[in-house]
Design a protein around this ligand. Structure first.
Ligand SMILES: Cc1cc2nc3c(=O)[nH]c(=O)nc-3n(C[C@H](O)[C@H](O)[C@H](O)COP(=O)(O)OP(=O)(O)OC[C@H]3O[C@@H](n4cnc5c(N)ncnc54)[C@H](O)[C@@H]3O)c2cc1C
Length: 472
């Protein structure tokens, strides 16, 4: 067992913890990052599978994600555009397949009008919501009392329109059924992306990818931190007092003035706190839970759908694979599709034996793109729900009423204990951009606390406070 003395110990080497550590080092502080897994990157993770680059976790970046953009610029990392050319496919609830162009689902004029009405109402309210403090909206209590599912139906009696609009937040983002979270939580999700219209526009929200993969961003930051990152060191015990902390890893113990817990909130209770955290934190953390989504990859000899003028983008709000996209990595000649199977559909898939699951999913993809879709040479199913150090996907959200009641607590430090993750972000919530912004903001707060300077409450984490690489 080695014992280290540092200014700050960071628990978790995902994008948030690593960004925080990187900022602290640039600010002249000493750090140690303790990571449970045998790799960095957390919910960003990539593998080469039979010659195809597969991003198992987070991968896309949208134009508003300027915190992440500024970090990759600093690291000299580039992006490439997702393949978007060609027509899309929509699968209606009765299984009718329609090829279409443009932004509107081919669902009939009346339903399109209802969908546009719902989108306009979401946009109107979203513009009033501060993503950093959605609980301050004048109607926050009321909007947090009602499920997103029910709230949509108070605005429209068109069931197809409600299901289609609901999908963008429920299956598409929070990966929970729309009856399990509130309208306020849905508004936080859309305000974190600038508007609901941004969120429903796949060309915006899934705009570009990282050359070298999203996990490569964490790998690049970890490289800069060198010997300060310790893998295979889950922290299960934290001693703390007003004068500092001791974090106990497997073979490293770190004494520090401050700690950043940079793990998703559903895992806070894996750590045994001595003394226990205050009542408010104990209760708050029980109301933040992970969604569940299966990200499925199918790799083919060629991107055959492109020859038919198709983009590979497919939507089916009641289909097994609710969303499908061309996910061919830049420069590869094989064709890769990525599909998403969310919440209740994901439960159903995990009930099936493995071989049957593959069969059912490939048939689901073939319903959109024809029989060639059955001939995948690589089939890979991301299962973050089984990963001990994540336990779900993509991220956490509050249960009904939880955001208004507990949200104001989530970013408060408890003495020397600070929390940082994409789950706690306003802008960039649930995304790598939010993880980066939170990492920078938390580092800045700690530097102010340690140096006895004024904490800038308006700092948004978009640009680094402590210069570039040369400051390391
Ligand atoms: C399937 C999937 C697809 C996604 N798609 C996108 C996307 O396209 N674009 C996007 O921007 N975002 C996407 N996301 C979300 C994005 O990956 C996360 O928001 C981001 O990784 C969160 O970063 P983080 O550092 O806050 O947490 P994490 O990435 O979860 O990192 C936390 C780290 O803490 C470690 N840890 C946990 N407990 C302990 C402990 N007790 N001791 C030590 N270490 C511990 C974990 O191993 C992990 O490395 C996706 C996520 C998933 C799962």
């Amino acid at each position: 067992m080695r014992t280290l003395d540092r200014d700050v110990v960071i628990i978790g080497a995902g994008p948030s913890g690593l960004t925080a550590a990187y900022e602290l080092r640039k600010a002249g502080k000493t750090v140690a990052v303790l990571e449970a897994r045998d790799r960095v990157g957390g919910r960003t993770w990539s593998e080469d599978m039979d010659g195809a680059t597969i991003e198992i976790g987070g991968q896309w970046i949208s134009p508003d994600q300027t915190g992440l953009y500024s970090l990759i610029e600093e690291l000299g990392i580039e992006t490439f555009e997702r393949y978007k050319q060609g027509s899309s496919i929509y699968m209606s609830e009765d299984g009718t397949r329609t090829v279409y162009d443009g932004a509107d689902f081919p669902v009939g004029e009346a339903t399109v009008a209802e969908m546009n009405k719902l989108v306009a109402e979401m946009d109107r309210l979203t513009a009033q919501v501060d993503p950093d403090a959605p609980w301050n909206h004048p109607r926050a209590a009321e909007l947090d009392m009602v499920s997103f599912h029910h709230w949509l139906r108070t605005l429209s009696d068109d069931e197809v329109a409600c299901n289609n609009v609901g999908l963008f937040i429920a299956g598409g983002m929070l990966t929970k059924p729309a009856h399990t979270f509130s309208a306020l939580q849905a508004l936080l999700m859309s305000s974190s992306a600038g508007s609901f219209s941004n969120l429903v526009d796949e060309d915006f929200i899934l705009d570009r990818r990282i050359v070298g993969t999203m996990q490569g961003v964490s790998i690049a930051v970890a490289k800069r931190l060198g010997d300060d990152v310790f893998l295979n060191n889950p922290v299960l015990k934290l001693d703390w007092s007003d004068s500092g902390v001791t974090a106990h890893g497997t073979d490293i113990t770190v004494n520090a003035a401050k700690v950043i817990i940079a793990v998703p909130p559903n895992l806070y209770s894996r750590i045994s706190y001595n003394p226990p955290l205050p009542r408010r934190q104990h209760v708050t953390h029980q109301h933040q839970s992970m969604g569940l989504v299966i990200k499925v990859h199918a790799v083919y000899e060629t991107p055959f759908w492109r020859e038919e003028g198709l983009s590979g983008t497919c939507f089916g709000p009641s289909a097994i694979v609710q969303e499908l996209y061309d996910n061919t990595y830049h420069g590869e000649t094989t064709g890769t599709l990525v599909g998403f199977i969310s919440d209740l559909q994901a439960d159903a898939m995990f009930e099936l034996p493995e071989a049957e699951r593959k069969d059912v999913i490939l048939k689901g993809i073939a319903e959109y793109l024809g029989p060639k879709a059955l001939e995948a040479k690589v089939f890979y199913l991301s299962d973050f729900g089984s990963e001990e150090w994540t336990r779900g996907a993509y991220a956490t959200s509050y249960d009904l009423g939880g955001l208004f009641r507990f949200g104001p607590e989530q970013n408060k430090n408890v003495g020397p204990i600070y929390f940082s993750s994409s789950d706690l972000a306003g802008e960039g919530y649930q995304h790598v951009d939010g993880a980066v912004r939170m990492g920078r903001r938390t580092a800045a707060r700690i530097v102010a606390a340690v140096d006895g300077t004024q904490d800038d409450l308006d700092y948004d984490g978009v640009a680094s406070r402590f210069g570039t690489l040369s400051n390391l």
